[in-house]
Write a protein of this length. Structure first.
Length: 446
């Protein structure tokens, strides 16, 4: 094989390996993919696009409507009698059993004024379009928060699986040493049995951690609308202590920014504006309606001595009219509509207050969890160091016969618990800090 063919083969082999390499998802890739493929988000976008069509339709209602109509009729009289016609000194006999006639018209209607109902409808539809656009943003924010939470859960469980595997290695080493000691007669067999049972318990804990990790990955795939059978792997970034212990944003500052930027707050404010317009629309029920209409029409029929075009010209007629409708008594329908619109305005105001309270509560919880987790992480990290030293010392003493199996197991369980607490506080601090920054208008990143 010459050098050129050899190089081509190497390129093909490397390309095939790259094609079948397992994709590793970063947090940003998960966010971007979900924003482009999530079904619920796509449905919100369709609703927003549909509301834009309502705006265009209501704007068109401000102009006159024009229509063309025609009516063609034919009649058959099978028993009609013959008629004698005298024309130009000659007499003809005819028997018309079939007759037809047609009418043609162009009509226009225009609502000149109806208490500004049409213009208010345009305003209200525009607000609805904006609200639906904000619903898209709100759904996108919800999806991003869910992805960030799942991503951090996957990171935590990935680290937990590693811890469980290290614990199993340590347990197996202790069991093997104990087996040697039993053979030498320096350890009772009952202690060996307890160590073997501990290995089984550690393997069970590993299976639980792996199952939980697989469950979180499945939830992530479902959120991303990925339905294949391939394994789902995420990138595990290196998290330094300065990332965990960095300065936390002030909750009041975050809240002030969120009040002006979060779509749920802006949507509630637009609901209040829409309620005001609805009240004005309801009041139009007391006002008269002025409309204009115009038309042009003609007709033709059989049995005439003139041709079609002349008949249409001769029979042409034009019309122009103005109509005024004044409501006198509508069974309190207008009054009822006004009162209901005012109640809706009150509900909109209360909904805005509720949204503001929920927003502050959410930000406060993120801030409190981030602050508490940072403090706990420092203690947990120190505790891991202490428990590791204690477990190493107990292990050496156990090998020398100075410690029993109960003390060894207790030391290992304390170490495992300390490691899990450190991981939990570490990723809890990361997640809540990221959420605070997200509510302050920044992109989600760990």
């Amino acid at each position: 094989m010459d050098k050129k063919n050899l190089l081509t083969a190497i390129v093909l082999i490397l390309g095939s390996h790259c094609a079948f390499a397992q994709k590793v998802w970063t947090l940003q890739e998960c966010l971007d993919y979900a924003l482009n493929n999530n079904i619920q988000l796509q449905q919100k976008k369709i609703t927003a696009a549909s509301s834009h069509e309502d705006v265009l339709q209501s704007q068109s209602a401000l102009f006159p409507s024009v229509s063309f109509s025609t009516n063609q009729n034919a009649s058959w009289r099978p028993f009609a009698e013959s008629t004698i016609n005298l024309s130009n000194g000659s007499m003809t006999t005819s028997r018309n059993t079939v007759n037809y006639n047609g009418s043609y018209g162009i009509n226009a209607n225009w609502t000149v004024w109806n208490g500004n109902r049409n213009t208010n409808t345009v305003k209200q539809n525009k607000l609805t379009e904006q609200i639906n656009a904000l619903a898209v943003d709100q759904q996108a924010n919800t999806i991003q928060e869910q992805i960030a939470q799942l991503y951090v859960q996957i990171l935590y469980e990935t680290e937990a699986v590693k811890v469980c595997k290290e614990i199993i290695k340590s347990s197996e080493m202790q069991r093997n040493r104990a087996q040697t000691m039993v053979e030498l007669g320096s350890l009772a067999r009952v202690d060996l049995v307890q160590l073997e049972a501990q290995v089984s318990q550690d393997q069970y804990s590993l299976a639980q951690a792996e199952s939980q990790l697989a469950n979180y990955k499945l939830q992530m795939k479902q959120l991303l609308e990925i339905h294949d059978n391939e394994d789902f792997e995420i990138a595990v970034p290196e998290v330094a202590d300065q990332q965990v212990l960095s300065i936390i944003s002030d909750k009041q500052s975050v809240y002030n920014v969120a009040l002006e930027s979060r779509p749920e707050i802006q949507s509630s404010k637009l609901d209040m504006e829409s309620a005001d317009i609805a009240i004005a629309t309801a009041r139009a029920g007391y006002m008269p309606t002025v409309s204009m209409n115009a038309g042009i029409g003609s007709s033709n029929s059989s049995g005439q001595h003139t041709d079609f075009l002349k008949q249409v010209k001769t029979n042409m007629s034009n019309s122009l009219g103005v109509s005024i409708s004044v409501p006198l008594f509508d069974n309190h329908q207008a009054r009822t509509n006004i009162r209901k619109a005012k109640y809706n305005k009150m509900n909109s105001e209360l909904n805005l207050q509720t949204q503001q309270k929920q927003l502050y509560s959410t930000i406060e919880n993120y801030w409190l969890n981030a602050t508490t987790s940072q403090q706990q992480y420092l203690y947990a990290k120190a505790n891991v160091t202490s428990m590791q030293e204690s477990y190493d010392l107990v292990s050496e003493q156990f090998n020398l016969g100075l410690k029993n199996i109960v003390e060894l197991t207790t030391g290992k369980n304390n170490l495992l618990q300390a490691q899990q607490q450190m991981l939990q506080t570490k990723y809890t601090a990361l997640l809540n800090k990221a959420m605070l920054n997200f509510y302050a208008g920044e992109n989600i990143k760990l």
